[in-house]
Design a protein around this ligand. Structure first.
Ligand SMILES: Cc1ncc(COP(=O)(O)O)c(C=O)c1O
Length: 395
């Protein structure tokens, strides 16, 4: 896609604006299904989409997509009110009011599964579910990280690290009458979320790939052990969830896995530029306006300082995308209001023109814009609200 293509589409539109190029989104959907295969279904990670219409579009695009992984209890409630069903909460909640509201929705027949890894989670859900006279479904989150001397390769989330921890948690669940353990989730963040083909870092890339290979073997063994323990304890598992955009190739190799999760692969933000196994299209972007030109090759824009979450580093800043070759200035980066961009290329850009950027992360883009302009075949076909545009702000 070229600078002129997008510039023409958005001529006369007020800036800044955010867009989804649906032609490229469709390609990313096709790539995702090709990487996943069809033997496992794909749960859509809502945190990386954060727009009701886009979630509906992705779910309807192919039968391989089944259900959502939500990121907060209030969000799960909001989505169930919007008509979505089959919601797996990707993270635990300790919010009494939200659990109460979700139990009422479950009582009416919706499939909403709570995430848990501690007795405190189960205790609270059980207490509230009992009040409503229901049995609340639970998914056990098991830790997928690998500990090496001086390095915790993975994230700190679940407290279930070993087969003994799994057995203890399963036995704990069995004590409570108003919950039922029905699923396992193991999210291998160190495989899914760590780039392994960054330009100019061949030594580090090699090391990361080696660590990933070792870690994949270890976590596959643990995931299977957890399944076996559940079977031995008489648990009737209805799903085993794993993976994320960055690791479909390895997660889908495991016979015990029934479903994967994908979110970021649809919009394809810049943190997913550098993986050896796959390439996605830049389906999501935003445009800011050049309002100043302090030097012939410096174009200062209004806005763009939308920094992504996680460990702090340059990879978390948005990147100028088009015109090709536009760059941020190291000492300023993307600013709260002013963002200078250096450009020496062939496009004749000037004040009033847009510069197109890509966010480092997928869903966080939607926290900065009330609407997404959906474009296809050279024109805007629809403008839809983000969660923020619907007045929602979940975490
Ligand atoms: C529990 C869980 N599953 C899956 C994913 C994968 O999401 P994505 O495809 O957006 O990287 C994440 C992302 O952080 C996650 O936290």
């Amino acid at each position: 896609m070229t600078y002129t293509y997008y510039k023409n589409i958005f001529a006369d539109m007020p800036l800044p604006l955010a867009y989804i190029d649906r032609d490229l989104l469709d390609k990313n959907i096709t790539t995702t299904i090709a990487r996943n295969g069809t033997s496992k279904t794909i749960r859509v990670a809502s945190k990386s989409v954060r727009c009701v219409e886009m979630l509906q579009y992705i779910l309807k695009s192919n039968p391989t997509f089944k259900g959502l992984m939500t990121y907060s209890a209030s969000e799960a409630l909001f989505l169930s009110q919007k008509g979505f069903d089959d919601l797996l909460m990707g993270y635990p909640t300790m919010g009494k009011q939200e659990i109460d509201a979700l139990c009422q929705v479950i009582k009416k027949g919706k499939k909403i599964v709570f995430m848990a890894d501690m007795e405190a989670h189960v205790f609270l859900i059980n207490e509230i579910a009992a009040k409503h006279g229901i049995t609340a479904p639970i998914c056990m989150d098991i830790d997928m990280s690998m500990d090496l001397p001086g390095l915790h390769f993975g994230v700190w989330r679940s407290s279930i690290f070993t087969p003994a921890d799994v057995e203890k948690f399963v036995k704990t669940c069995k004590k409570y009458k108003n919950i039922e353990l029905i699923g396992i989730m193991g999210y291998e963040a160190q495989i899914a979320g760590v780039p392994d083909a960054v330009k100019g870092q061949s030594l580090k890339n090699g090391l990361v790939r080696l660590l990933k290979k070792r870690s994949i073997q270890k976590l596959a063994t643990f995931r299977q052990q957890a399944i076996d323990i559940c079977q031995k304890e008489g648990i009737n598992l209805t799903f085993v969830n794993g993976g994320g955009t960055g690791c479909l190739e390895s997660t889908t190799q495991e016979s015990g896995i029934t479903e994967t999760t994908v979110g970021s692969g649809f919009y394809a933000p810049t943190v997913f530029n550098h993986y050896a196994n796959f390439k996605y299209e830049a389906a999501a972007g935003f445009a800011v306006q050049i309002v100043r030109q302090p030097k012939p090759h410096i174009f200062t824009c209004l806005g763009a300082g939308y920094i992504a979450s996680g460990e702090i580093g340059k990879a978390k800043q948005p990147l100028p995308y088009l015109p090709n070759g536009a760059k941020l200035i190291d000492l300023e980066g993307a600013g709260e209001v002013m963002t200078p961009v250096v450009y020496n290329g062939n496009e004749a850009i000037t004040v009033g023109d847009p510069i197109f950027f890509r966010h480092a992360k997928a869903g966080e883009l939607c926290e900065r814009f009330t609407h997404l302009h959906i474009i296809s075949q050279g024109k805007i076909i629809e403008t839809v609200p983000t969660y923020r545009g619907e007045g929602q702000c979940f975490v």
